[in-house]
Design a protein around this ligand. Sequence first.
Ligand code: ZN
Length: 148
Amino acid sequence: MSTEPPAVPAAPAAPKPIRIAPIVTPDAKTFWDACDREEFIGQKCGDCGQFTFPPRPMCPHCHSLKREEVKLSGYGTVHSWTIPRHPPPFGFREAPIVVVVQLQEGIRMVSNLVGVKPEDVKMDMAVEVAFDDTMNKHKVHVFKPRTA
Ligand SMILES: [Zn+2]
């Protein structure tokens, strides 16, 4: 019988992300590339100045083809939310909170809400952007309760 002390177990590695990477279309490539750098950018019309989301070649307000990529505040409020439980969402350890966020810039986007219990989500609660790792070393934007 060995008298050696038991080996000290190695510190557990951070769990590998199971969230699937975003499907990157040509129009949205700039947005997703920025997410990989943890930057949150949006598209603004170079003529009428209105923000649009998702990114697209033509302004839906004035039909201009001039697009500007601009940094977004990352601040918004909860417009709506749901928790898809059946069938179990692929790529998540637990059912995510799917949220529609109204950004300060006036656009809405679908994302996930993290860092809050489902029963604590409220209409119009203040949220801010954060980033979550996906498979294949990419990142996606998520929102968490605003701290500042
Ligand atoms: Zn426009």
